[in-house]
Design a protein around this ligand. Structure first.
Ligand code: SF4
Length: 318
């Protein structure tokens, strides 16, 4: 049996204790694919203010971008980072006995703000007790050189990861989902991040509109060859109040089935170089914002067992 290298085991081997990522959502952050810089509305599957009036009501009214001159909400953002880290740290320590943490800047595009804001927020996160590093979720078209340089500097003493949405290597798919950049843009960004000595995680989505299994596996194979250190696999699911939800309701999009997703995942893992760390093998949503497919709302334990069973049949332990 071949043991798949998981992120948890990679961190445990490196730091000798259980390490967990703490997700952080910073108010005032947005995305160039939402605010009109690249496009408006965002990726078709993305739940954002453009299509969700309730979300818009609850969000800050100030949004930053790369050319924002000042940041009147910086103190607020700093407090949010500190609060989210300390709240989750306590919960994870009690529930699963974790001892060290990575601050995971997850929501929206976490390099899409003026450098001084980013530097301050990354620094504040790293100053919190037991935070050993950062994972920065972002878009390949939104990282300024000075951010790469700063993260590279931090990576000399901290565990620093950058996460890019690859999703597909097919430009026609990226256009169809209104991604706002092409595949070459992600490939170049990964190369650049690697040249700065950063750890890179690539996100792949199976079940994108118009894609068959061969295309999904080609995307995986190609992405593996771009030098990513780690991968997250997701099925595409439809969230209410998104462009994809409209497409689904009009019958223009059929979600991937559980069987096809798991089959594709297993095949992708079979062709994956063994040194690539797997951070995620599925994703779902357990509230009523999920429109389809219903299997993405099943319990995480159930799905993980199904995936583990399918992988075991092919000689893999996850
Ligand atoms: S890049 Fe991310 S935040 Fe931006 S629109 Fe797409 S999914 Fe949403």
């Amino acid at each position: 049996m071949t043991k798949i290298k998981t992120y948890g085991s990679y961190l445990k081997d490196k730091y000798g204790v259980k390490v967990k990522k703490i997700p952080i959502a910073v108010g005032g952050f947005t995305c160039p694919n939402i605010d009109g810089t690249v496009a408006r509305g965002g990726c078709t599957f993305c739940l954002n203010d453009s299509f969700s009036p309730n979300l818009a009501k609850n969000r800050d009214k100030i949004f930053l971008n790369l050319s924002s001159k000042d940041n009147p909400i910086l103190d607020n953002q700093i407090n949010q980072v500190i609060e989210q880290i300390n709240r989750d740290k306590k919960e994870f320590a009690t529930k699963i006995g974790t001892q060290k943490y990575l601050a995971y800047f997850q929501a929206f595009t976490n390099t899409y703000a003026p450098f001084n804001t980013l530097k301050k927020l990354y620094d504040v996160a790293l100053e919190q007790d037991d935070i050993i590093g950062l994972s920065i979720g972002t878009r390949s078209d939104s990282v300024e050189d000075k951010v790469y340089e700063y993260l590279s500097q931090l990576s000399k003493t901290k565990e620093i990861w950058i996460e890019f949405g690859i999703q597909s290597i097919y430009d026609k798919t990226l256009e169809r989902i209104n991604r706002g950049h092409d595949a070459k843009n992600v490939q170049d960004a990964i190369k650049k991040a690697k040249s700065y000595g950063l750890n890179v995680c690539g996100h792949l989505i199976f079940g994108l509109p118009g894609e068959n299994q061969e295309m999904m596996l080609n995307s995986a194979k190609e992405a593996f060859s771009w030098g990513i250190d780690s991968v997250k696999f997701h099925p595409l699911y439809v969230v209410k109040n998104t462009i994809l939800a409209n497409e689904y309701n009009r019958g223009e999009f059929t979600p991937i089935s559980q069987e096809e997703y798991i089959d594709t995942l297993v095949k992708a893992i079979k062709i994956m170089p063994k040194d690539i760390i797997v951070q995620r093998v599925t994703a779902g949503i357990d509230d009523d914002s999920l429109l389809a497919p219903s299997w993405c709302g099943l319990s995480k334990n159930y799905l993980m067992n199904e995936i583990k069973r399918a992988l075991a049949k092919e000689g893999f332990i996850y």
